[in-house]
Design a protein around this ligand. Structure first.
Ligand SMILES: NC(=O)c1ccc[n+]([C@@H]2O[C@H](COP(=O)([O-])OP(=O)(O)OC[C@H]3O[C@@H](n4cnc5c(N)ncnc54)[C@H](O)[C@@H]3O)[C@@H](O)[C@H]2O)c1
Ligand SMILES: O=S(=O)(O)c1ccc(CO)cc1
Length: 478
């Protein structure tokens, strides 16, 4: 069995023990073993990053750009292999895995360009003969903590801007899916980036993540993951004067109005709710449907869902792979029981499936006759489970869509320009989709939400510089 180590100061470094990385489509398949780091590794990684920072922060932006471009080129050239690895460790289908690896390559290439575009401002002073320059500088050593559901894209979209703007990095990936981050670290280690600028420390969140968040040498934390962990990280960061950026949960609404194109509404609802096994922060789990189209919509969803093929993530023809872990599967099935107990009707799916290999399979589930106040409509399930809420009209649909502690993405299916325009303006979400699934975002524009979903500056696009740089105002007397 292959064993993979942490990358600290340019050296591959063993931890105390190794942990197997299992394929959720086939528990008999162990991908490799990955080291479990400890607080000493965090200490060494922060020391290496701190030592590398002065030269990296002030070095050639052409060298940074070239290195990021080289990383992006290699990821794109190996997208099939990397996508297969991530599909094998996370359980999204091979096509989705290759799509995600492609996104990661494109992100590195985008930020290779952004290295060269960091600009400031020059303003006149309110006092005579004085000039004011506003520049952006790197923040310092940044800790990046990532979840299991996008094993390469989320690390990429934190690492690439961090490095582009002159920061040094310690990455702590989710312990469920270390393989894609390790593969990315291996590519970065050969890119020409100096030792210590990028470090990888794998292991448990409560050990590695916690040590990073509390380390005085870390200047900023960018976290994507659950609300509970994110809120604690924010408290610790604020207490210790660290910059913090959080991307967390969602309970994203998909509104379907009477005037929607039914086929399009069904297709985008199936995509939003069930693809990637519903394990996307942008997935839609609340389908809010006006009463005129409601019966046709339920019938069409049932017909469409009967055609969805659940299976091994790597097998040809699979639409939806397994749930990623036993604990996530337990949670999804528990919410099926909760929904039934609350009085919603299970209109399709929601069953544990036994297939040819031992994996965490379940059929995608649709609840009808659900009420907005039910737990299944309030709490993030993070699986292939969606519920339909019947509303009278657009006004009630909008109010129901906004009636949530979250605000990541929201969608509307309608042929009415009036309602589409109103929804774009009045939805309380960070990302709004018209006649598109709530999931499925570009890599070059800002990503993030409102309310309980996000905290701090946006990720992605040119907006990423807000978090990964700090502003300096300089005054010069002529
Ligand atoms: N909004 C977004 O952009 C976005 C994107 C993807 C996933 N998510 C969210 O992520 C969640 C699923 O991911 P998950 O289960 O990996 O989340 P999680 O919060 O359990 O873990 C996320 C990361 O935090 C680490 N961690 C755990 N405990 C920690 C601690 N005490 N201190 C520091 N780090 C710690 C984990 O090891 C992991 O690397 C869902 O809620 C989903 O909505 C959000
Ligand atoms: O909405 S999606 O395009 O599926 C998407 C891609 C990447 C990420 C990373 O947080 C989130 C959503």
């Amino acid at each position: 069995m292959q064993q993979h180590d942490n990358l600290i100061g340019g050296q591959w470094t063993k931890g105390n023990a190794y942990s197997p990385n299992l394929n959720p489509s086939n528990l008999g398949d162990t991908i490799a073993e990955y080291t479990q780091g400890n607080a000493t590794h965090v200490e060494a990684a922060v020391a290496a990053a701190t030592a590398a920072f002065p030269a990296w922060a002030t070095g050639s932006i052409q060298a940074r750009s070239d290195a990021l471009d080289k990383i992006g080129t290699e990821i794109l050239a190996r997208r099939e292999e990397l996508g297969t690895l991530l599909s094998r460790e996370e359980g999204k289908t091979k096509a989705e895995g290759i799509g995600e690896a492609t996104r990661a390559g494109q992100i590195f290439k985008f930020f290779a360009g952004e290295c060269l575009r960091l600009s400031g401002e020059t303003l006149p002073s309110v006092r005579p003969n004085i000039g004011v320059e506003i520049t952006r500088e790197p923040v310092g050593v940044v800790g990046l903590i990532t979840p299991w559901n996008f094993p390469i894209a989320i690390p990429a979209w934190k690492i690439a801007p961090a490095l582009a703007f002159g920061n040094c990095v310690v990455l702590k990936p989710a312990d469920l899916v270390p393989g894609s981050s390790w593969a990315l670290a291996e590519i970065i280690s050969r890119s020409g980036i100096p030792a210590g600028v990028f470090n990888l420390v794998m292991g448990r969140g409560s050990v590695i993540g916690n040590a990073l968040v509390n380390h005085p040498g870390i200047h900023a934390i960018s976290f994507t993951g659950s609300v509970g962990v994110g809120r604690n990280i924010a408290i610790q960061c604020v207490t210790n004067h660290k910059k913090v950026q959080l991307e967390m949960g969602g309970k994203n609404p998909q509104v379907i109005l009477d005037d929607a194109d039914l086929n399009q509404a069904v297709e985008l609802s199936v995509q939003s709710a069930f693809y990637s096994t519903g394990q996307r922060c942008t997935a839609s789990s609340r389908l809010i449907v006006t009463e005129g189209i409601y019966p046709k919509f339920i019938a069409a969803m049932q017909e469409r869902m009967a055609k969805i093929k659940v299976g091994d993530a790597l097998a040809a023809g699979t639409d939806i792979g397994p749930v990623s872990s036993q604990s996530q599967l337990d949670q999804d099935l528990e919410y099926i029981a909760i929904g039934k107990g609350e009085g919603a009707t299970l209109a399709a799916g929601g069953e544990r499936l036994k297939l040819g290999t031992e994996g965490y399979y379940m059929s995608p589930a649709l609840f009808s006759e659900s009420i907005a106040s039910m737990r299944i409509n309030k709490e993030e399930i993070f699986g292939p489970v969606a519920s339909v809420i019947r509303v009278k009209n657009y006004e009630e649909a909008l109010a129901t869509a906004n009636d949530t502690e979250f605000g990541l993405s929201a969608g509307i299916a309608t042929t009415s320009l009036k309602y589409a325009t109103h929804f774009k303006r009045h939805s309380q979400a960070g990302m709004v989709m018209v006649n598109l699934p709530t999931a499925g975002v570009d890599y070059h524009v800002p990503f993030g939400g409102r309310k309980g979903s996000s905290y701090g500056p946006r990720e992605q696009g040119k907006y990423a510089q807000e978090f990964f740089t700090t502003v300096k105002t300089a005054y010069t007397q002529a």
